[in-house]
Design a protein around this ligand. Structure first.
Ligand code: GUN
Length: 284
C-alpha cells in the first residue's frame, strides 16, 4: 500500500477561509476584531519563527495581535505582571505564552496566571481538566488540529484503536483525551512503553515524541492512519518528523508530511481558539 498524503496546508487554508467570515461577523457585532497577545521570552530561534508565523496569520485574518518580546533574564514577577495587565485588557481575547520559557521561570505558575477564558492554548489546569472530564472549552491547538484532519479524511474515530506516542501537556495528553472523548480506545505511550507492540495493533498512530524517524515501517499495520506531530532538525538542519516517512508511506493508508502536515493546522486552530474566546467573552 502507498499512503495518501494528508495535506495540512490545504486543510488549514480551508479553516482560515471559514474564520475570516467569523472574524467579520464578530467585528460587525462588537465594533472590534478579536485580539490575541503573544508573549515570548528570550531568543530561542524556533520560538521566534513560530511567534512570527502566528502574528502573520492573525493579521492576515483581520485579527488584532500584539507581540510582547521579553528579555531572557525577565523575572517571574515581571512576566506575571504583564499577564495580569493583559488579563484586564478588554480588547485582548487571547493570551499565549510561547514555550519553552527560559529555565529560571516557573512555567506552571505562568500558565496558571492566564485567565482561563483567555487561555487560547488550552493549557490552564481548568481548561485541561474540563477536557479530561469530557467538557472541552478551549482545547490545545495541535491536538485539535489533528482531530480536524482525521475528520477531513473521513476517519470516524469511534471504536478505533488509537496509539499516541509522547505524554506532553502540549500534545500527547490532550490528544489522548480528545480521542477518548470521541470514543476511540486509546493507548498513551511514553519512554517506558513497548511502543512497537502497541503501534502494531493500532488503527491510528499519532507520533508526538520529538525523536527524528522513531516510527519505522515495520511498526505500522497495513492500512493504518499515521499522524506525525514531530518537528525535528535532521542532518543539515532539515526539518523532519518522528516518522520514517519513506518506510511508513509503504504501509499506511494515510500519512501527514513534515513540513506541510500538522504544523499549518496548529496555527489555524490557534486562530479558531482566539475567535472562540472572543465570542465566549462577548457571549456571541
Ligand atoms: N511551543 C511548542 N508548541 C507550543 C504551543 O502549542 N503553544 C505554546 N504556547 N508554545 C508552544
Amino acid at each position: 500500500m502507498v499512503a495518501k498524503l494528508i495535506d495540512g496546508k490545504a486543510m488549514a487554508e480551508k479553516q482560515r477561509a471559514l474564520l475570516v467570515e467569523e472574524v467579520r461577523g464578530f467585528e460587525k457585532a462588537t465594533g472590534r476584531p478579536p485580539g490575541i497577545a503573544v508573549l515570548r521570552a528570550g531568543e530561542d530561534p524556533a520560538s521566534r519563527i513560530y511567534v512570527a508565523s502566528k502574528k502573520r496569520t492573525a493579521q492576515s485574518l483581520g485579527l488584532n495581535s500584539w507581540e510582547h518580546v521579553l528579555p531572557e533574564q525577565v523575572t517571574q514577577s515581571e512576566l506575571l505582571g504583564l499577564i495580569e495587565r493583559l488579563n484586564g485588557e478588554e480588547e485582548v481575547d487571547g493570551i499565549l505564552v510561547q514555550l519553552p520559557l527560559p529555565k529560571h521561570l516557573d512555567t506552571h505558575a505562568v500558565l496558571r496566571a492566564i485567565l482561563p477564558q483567555k487561555d487560547v492554548d488550552g493549557f490552564h489546569p481548568m481548561n485541561a481538566g474540563s477536557l479530561f472530564q469530557g467538557m472541552p472549552t478551549l482545547v490545545p491547538c495541535t491536538p485539535l488540529g489533528v482531530m480536524k484532519m482525521l475528520e477531513e479524511i473521513g476517519c470516524g474515530v469511534a471504536g478505533k484503536r488509537a496509539v499516541v506516542i509522547g505524554r506532553s501537556n502540549i500534545v500527547g495528553r490532550p490528544m489522548a483525551a480528545l480521542l477518548l472523548n470521541a470514543s476511540a480506545s486509546v493507548v498513551l505511550c511514553h519512554s517506558k512503553s513497548d511502543v512497537r507492540a502497541e503501534t502494531l495493533r493500532a488503527d491510528i498512530v499519532i507520533a508526538a515524541v520529538g525523536v527524528a524517524g522513531l516510527v519505522r515501517g515495520d511498526w505500522i499495520r497495513e492500512g493504518a492512519i499515521v499522524i506525525d506531530v514531530g518537528m525535528n532538525r535532521g542532518e543539515g538542519g532539515k526539518l523532519c518528523g518522528d516518522v520514517a516517512f519513506e518506510e511508513v508511506s509503504q504501509k499506511a493508508a494515510w500519512l501527514t508530511p513534515v513540513p506541510g502536515g500538522v504544523g499549518p493546522m496548529t496555527i489555524a486552530m490557534l486562530m479558531h481558539n482566539t475567535v472562540q474566546a472572543a465570542k465566549l467573552r462577548c457571549k456571541r
